[in-house]
Design a protein around this ligand. Structure first.
Ligand code: FAD
Length: 418
């Protein structure tokens, strides 16, 4: 392996998700010193968090150590939380007080839940963006089952998912399957007929980016699993054990999961950067932050004014790669190029042997074939051989044994990091 020129220009990448890591790959052979900063020592594979949240995977199955990536890409890894940016002096400050100077900066810090100002949503619902969120949801779900098994509460359990995008659909579908298939064997004293799973969506359909047939399929699949689907329904308020709708009606909800929207939260470090819809950083066609020559923003955290891309793995991967390439061009004295997104299609799962796939060629898949395609792609995109093997084993174990008491993984507690 060629040694990196320690005197080369310094590139700082903040955020070790899909976008940040693909930038690192492109910069691996450039004559630059790359440092990756992340608040965690691992990258989280968000698309499978719902499996952690429903006890099908362990949290380490979806976490990959960042030093493994920096070793392969000849970068340095620094664990830390970005807290401030001095754009004039080109210095990033971390929560522990460290100052990291840079010549080029790539911001790839992702997003978190957007509660849209709904009263009580932040306090009384759980969200699903980090490993910590997924473990908290799983522990809460299992505790609710346990309490009913021990007769500590009445038998009823109402679970509400707020938001009918991919995360809401897959979480609702899988919780319903846990209730239908795993519960009789794992918690035989719990009356599953008293456990209600509902999904509330303010739009007239679930999975709005999909074609009508796929949306209808997803809704029907949830209904078939016993999920109560409410469309055209807006949440006004969330209480400790209630949800109140815009029509004023209040419904019991022992466990409310917020899967309705995302934002790039305001922080001291992004206060001086131009921010657009949902707080995302406004970038120009080449993905440089508007008004900045040496700062790129990529992935979920960024948005181009005229054409917002979906907040998915592919745009993040392609944008990270593009930013890395533009830095190489700038260092070679070449002008930057505009980013162009290559649409590879979209897919979402509803539950076991149930998914929808739409490819740009017009091909659409539903059912088992779509589910197998979804599963295969997720295995490919998971970082790390160990992660792929254990995920495949754990998911196979889940789906083969959960009617016999297997397939519910317990054990690890809430980690002290996201
Ligand atoms: C539950 C869920 C399911 C999803 N399912 C799918 C799916 O099936 N298919 C799909 O294509 N997409 C899916 N997505 C979306 C996809 O995961 C995101 O679009 C993608 O992760 C965005 O990549 P990113 O690199 O921009 O951000 P992220 O992957 O979120 O990475 C951001 C990184 O920045 C770090 N960070 C944040 N702030 C700081 C800071 N201040 N200092 C230091 N580090 C910081 C974080 O620790 C994190 O590692 C899903 C998302 C969620 C939440």
């Amino acid at each position: 392996m060629r040694r990196r020129d320690r005197n080369g220009p310094r590139v700082l990448v903040v955020g070790g998700g899909f976008a940040g890591l693909s930038a690192l790959n492109v910069l691996a052979n450039a004559n630059v010193q790359v440092t990756l900063v992340d608040r965690n020592i691992y990258s989280t594979f968000q698309p499978l968090l719902y499996q952690v949240a429903t006890a099908g995977l362990t949290s380490s199955d979806v976490a990959y150590p960042l030093w493994s990536v920096t070793r392969k890409t000849r970068a340095l890894f620094r664990k830390g939380e970005l807290t401030a940016l001095d754009l004039d002096k080109r210095v990033a400050r971390l929560a522990d007080g460290a100052e990291l100077p840079y010549d080029y900066l790539i911001i790839a810090t992702g997003v978190s839940a957007n509660f849209y100002g709904v009263t009580g949503a932040k306090e009384h619902s759980l969200s699903l963006y980090t490993r910590r969120d997924a473990i908290a949801l799983r522990n809460r779900l299992l505790r609710e089952f346990e309490r009913r098994a021990a007769g500590e509460t009445g038998p009823g359990l109402d679970i509400t998912m707020v938001g009918g995008g991919a995360t809401g659909v897959e979480t609702a579908g899988t919780i319903a399957e846990v209730r239908n298939i795993a519960l009789p064997a794992s918690f035989p004293d719990v009356d599953r007929s008293k456990i209600r799973v509902r999904l509330i969506e303010m739009a007239p359909a679930l999975l709005t980016p999909y074609k009508e047939r796929e949306r209808d399929y997803a809704r029907q699949q949830l209904v078939d699993r016993g999920v109560d689907v409410f469309l055209n329904t807006t949440i006004k308020e969330i209480g400790p054990d209630t949800v109140t709708l815009a029509d004023g009606s209040t419904h019991r909800s022992d466990l409310t999961v917020w899967t309705a929207g995302i934002e790039a939260p305001a922080a001291e470090w992004n206060a001086a950067l131009p921010r657009a819809h949902a707080g995302r950083i406004d970038v120009g066609p080449d993905l440089r932050v508007t008004g900045q020559e040496r700062v790129f923003a990529v992935g979920d955290v960024s948005v181009t004014g005229d054409k917002p891309l979906p907040q998915l793995a592919q745009p993040a991967i392609q944008q990270g790669r593009h930013a890395g390439r533009q830095i190489r061009r700038l260092l070679a004295g070449q002008p930057t190029e505009p980013f162009s997104y290559h649409d590879k299609g979209i897919m979402a799962t509803i539950g076991r042997r149930s998914a929808v796939v739409e490819l740009p060629s017009g091909i659409k898949l539903r059912g088992t074939l779509a589910w197998l395609a979804w599963l295969a792609l997720h295995m490919i995109y998971l970082l790390g051989g160990r992660n792929r093997v254990v995920t495949l084993v754990n998911l196979s174990w889940r789906y083969l044994t959960w009617s016999r008491g297997g397939g519910l993984i317990v054990g690890d507690d809430v980690p002290d990091q996201d």
